[in-house]
Design a protein around this ligand. Structure first.
Ligand SMILES: [Zn+2]
Ligand SMILES: [Zn+2]
Ligand SMILES: [Zn+2]
Length: 357
């Protein structure tokens, strides 16, 4: 287990962030065998375990009270009080009814992805405010389109997820239909929470908003017209030079949300690589500007240029390993200079650093 480290750079909510241990590899409290973040028992000694978000540690399940969703959603987090929901489940405003067997199975999968999301948001020290704390707070409506039309999206702090997305065959069909290289529950959540963070980090009328418009375009552009155009004609031919995904080219809001999702992907995966000591000390063939291919993921908060320097070679190596297993690339994206500038802007706002500083 790595030692707790305080972030090097100032962040918004730095007080909270500095008290957050940077633990990302966990062990069984009984036998020390490695266990994953979402474990409910140790594969080696069968001790029942739970994740304690306060301590950011895997603990004996018997040492605290389980989340009230432990049974219904398979939640492995410790509850905030006896009989209460955990820190992650408490962000859910609407869930399927107790008798909805299919809906509850999907709900459990979305909640698992949401715990991963919350784990990172807390670690990054990003501002968090729950819907139950007042208007505009973050909340999740997890709804089944088997009963009513549901559109996955974000409005006024509430993220709606169509539980059909938890069904792998549906999700894969949509992925192929929309020509997307990557479609996961976690990816959906990171994108939608990105919309909320734009409202939190880019205040109306602020200098940040001006800067944001220069980088992502003017978000006052007609959204419905952009949506219609995107689905009628697709992305512009040169989208790869300017956007992280084809969908990002649709409207400045979607560009921000896609970029924000990648900011979370990159931070999460790099921190995990650092915690596990994954390095690339690679083949002589490298990147044009960097010979040979090397990655030493930073163990402390680096700025985005440091992160990207570690990230790009790491993804090349991990994509090669995935191909060895006959599965899709771990990170099927190319981060060109324009996208890197967008990531830099998001990183500065997320850290509470004035853009351009
Ligand atoms: Zn064990
Ligand atoms: Zn829970
Ligand atoms: Zn969106």
């Amino acid at each position: 287990m790595s030692l707790p480290r305080a972030p090097v750079s100032p962040r918004r909510g730095a007080a909270a962030a500095s008290s957050v241990a940077r633990v990302r590899n966990f062990s069984c409290p009984h036998c020390r065998h490695v266990v994953y973040f979402d474990a409910t028992s140790c594969v080696n000694c069968a001790t029942a375990v739970a994740f304690d978000p306060g301590a950011r540690a895997i603990v004996r399940a018997s040492s605290g009270s389980p989340c009230a969703n432990a049974r219904i959603a398979g939640c492995n987090w410790v509850g905030r009080a006896p009989g209460a929901l955990c820190e992650s489940c408490a962000y859910t405003r609407t869930r399927p009814a107790d008798g909805d067997v299919a809906g509850l199975a999907a709900f459990a999968l979305v909640e698992a992805a949401k715990r991963r999301l919350l784990f990172e948001l807390i670690e990054l020290g990003l501002p968090l405010r729950r819907f139950s704390d007042g208007p505009g707070g973050l909340g999740f409506d997890l709804l089944s389109s088997a009963y009513e039309p549901v559109t996955t999206g974000h409005q006024d702090g509430i993220v709606t997820v169509d539980l059909a997305e938890a069904e792998p065959s549906y999700r894969e069909r949509m992925r192929v239909q929309l020509g997307e290289p990557y479609r996961t529950l976690l990816g959906h959540l990171r994108h939608e929470v990105g919309h909320w963070y734009e409202t939190v980090l880019v205040a109306e009328g602020s200098p940040q908003q001006e800067a944001c418009r220069r980088i992502f375009g003017d978000e006052r552009a007609d959204y419905q017209a952009a949506l219609d155009r995107h689905y009628a004609h697709g992305a512009p031919r040169d989208w790869r030079e300017r956007f992280v995904s084809a969908y990002a080219s649709m409207h400045p809001w979607e560009d921000w949300a896609e970029t924000f999702a990648h900011y979370l992907h990159i931070n999460d995966a790099l921190r995990t690589a650092a915690a596990w000591g994954v390095r690339v000390d690679g083949p002589a063939a490298g990147l044009a500007e960097q010979q040979p291919l090397q990655s030493d993921p930073p163990d402390a908060d680096g700025d985005i240029s440091e992160l990207l320097e570690a990230w790009i070679p790491l993804t090349l190596a991990l994509n090669a390993i995935n191909r060895s297993m006959g599965v899709d690339d771990l990170y099927p994206f190319v981060l060109g200079p324009a996208v890197q500038r967008k990531l830099t802007f998001v990183d500065q706002l997320a850290r509470g650093v004035a853009p351009g500083a």
